[in-house]
Design a protein around this ligand. Structure first.
Ligand code: SIN
Length: 318
C-alpha cells in the first residue's frame, strides 16, 4: 500500500509507522464514550499528524490494514511480516512502529518476533481509548513507540503501551479496560519503561533465530488449522471429535492449573494424537508455567502464543 505521509530530514533515522487499525485509530460520536466506538476508523497518517512532537522526526506512515484486531487474519499477518521485513532491510530505516488493536496484539507480536527476530526495533503500539476520547492514550503511546523505534541499541519485536515496553514473546493482555492493560508472562515484568522519551531498560531485548517471513503463506488457506480448547468444569469431548472429523491439524489445550485436563476430554485427545495431530498443553492460569513438564513445547506460553508457535511448527514441517 502507498505511503501516506513523509516527514523529512535525517534519513538515517527514519522510522516507518505501519497502520493496521485498532482502538488507537478508533472514533466515537462522543468524547465521553470509551466503549461504543468503531475501531480502525482513522488513518495512520492522521494519528501521526495529531501528535505535534512527531512533526520534527523523519517518519513515513503507511496504511497496511484497517481492522478491529479481533478480526486479524493470517493473510494480513503474512502481508505485515513481509512489509516489515522489506522496511527493515532499508539502510535508512532505524525501526518500524506498528499501530494495532490491543485485543490480538500479543499474537501479532509473537508471530513477528519468531519470523523476523529483527536486529532493529519493531514496536507495536495501541490504545485502550479511542482517538476521540477525553483521555485518549494513543498519542502518548505513539510518541513513546517512535522514541523506542528510533533509539540506539534497541532490537527485536516489542510492544509499548502506557509507558511500558514488553517483549513480543511474553506480553499478554490481562485487562479489558485499564490503560495499562498488559503484563508479561510467565512471571516476567516489562523490559523497560519510557519516561519523557528516555528508555530505562531492565532486561535484554528479545532475541532468537528468524524463521523468515516467506514461511508464512500469503493466502489464509495455506495456513494449518490449529485451535485452542479450554479444559473446564463440565467439559465435553464432542467438539474435539467434530474438529478431528473436519481435519483439525493442531490443538492447543488451555489446561487447568499445572497442565491438567478434564477426564471427559481424554479419549478425544488421545484419538487426535493417534491420528497424528499434535496436541500441546498450556495453562489457562494468567501467570505461571506448566512446572515439571520439560518436554511440553508450549508449557511456558499463553494458549494464544502457543497456537501461533504450533502453526509455525507445522509450516516448518511442510
Ligand atoms: C482492537 O483490538 O482492534 C480493538 C480493541 C483495542 O484496540 O483496544
Amino acid at each position: 500500500m502507498q505511503s501516506e505521509l513523509h516527514t523529512t530530514p535525517d534519513a538515517a533515522q527514519t522510522v516507518v509507522i505501519i497502520g493496521t487499525g485498532g482502538t488507537i485509530a478508533g472514533a466515537s460520536g462522543s468524547a465521553t464514550d470509551n466503549v461504543g466506538y468503531k475501531a480502525g476508523s482513522l488513518s495512520v497518517a492522521s494519528l501521526v499528524k495529531a501528535v505535534p512532537a512527531l512533526a520534527s522526526k523523519a517518519l513515513e506512515a503507511e496504511q497496511l490494514a484497517q481492522l478491529d484486531s479481533k478480526d486479524m487474519d493470517h493473510a494480513t499477518w503474512a502481508r505485515l511480516a513481509r512489509r516489515v521485513e522489506q522496511h527493515l532491510a532499508r539502510p535508512e530505516v532505524r525501526g518500524v512502529v506498528i499501530t494495532h488493536g490491543t485485543d490480538t496484539l500479543e499474537e501479532t507480536a509473537y508471530l513477528l518476533q519468531r519470523v523476523l527476530a529483527p536486529s532493529k526495533p519493531v514496536v507495536l503500539t495501541a490504545a485502550m481509548r479511542p482517538a476521540t476520547a477525553i483521555q485518549a492514550d494513543g498519542p502518548q503511546n505513539l510518541l513513546d513507540a517512535v522514541a523506542v523505534a528510533g533509539a540506539e541499541g534497541v532490537r527485536g519485536v516489542v510492544a509499548v503501551v502506557a509507558g511500558q515496553v514488553w517483549s513480543g514473546l511474553e506480553l499478554r493482555k490481562t485487562h479489558s479496560y485499564r490503560l495499562d492493560a498488559f503484563e508479561a508472562g510467565p512471571d516476567a515484568g516489562p523490559l523497560a519503561v519510557v519516561e519523557e522519551g528516555i528508555i530505562r531498560r531492565f532486561r535484554d531485548w528479545p532475541l532468537g533465530e528468524a524463521l523468515g517471513a516467506t514461511l508464512l503463506p500469503e493466502d489464509s488457506t495455506g495456513w494449518p488449522w490449529v485451535e485452542v480448547l479450554g479444559s473446564h468444569a463440565g467439559a465435553d469431548g464432542r467438539a474435539l471429535d467434530a474438529w478431528r472429523a473436519a481435519g483439525l491439524q493442531g490443538l492447543v489445550l488451555a489446561c487447568t492449573g499445572n497442565g491438567t485436563v478434564h477426564q471427559a476430554l481424554e479419549a478425544s485427545t488421545a484419538a487426535l494424537k493417534q491420528s497424528g495431530v499434535p496436541v500441546w498443553r498450556t495453562t489457562r492460569c494468567a501467570q505461571g508455567r506448566i512446572v515439571g513438564a520439560v518436554d511440553e513445547p508450549a508449557g511456558a506460553l499463553s494458549p494464544w502464543a502457543a497456537r501461533v508457535e504450533l502453526m509455525l511448527h507445522l509450516l516448518q514441517r511442510g
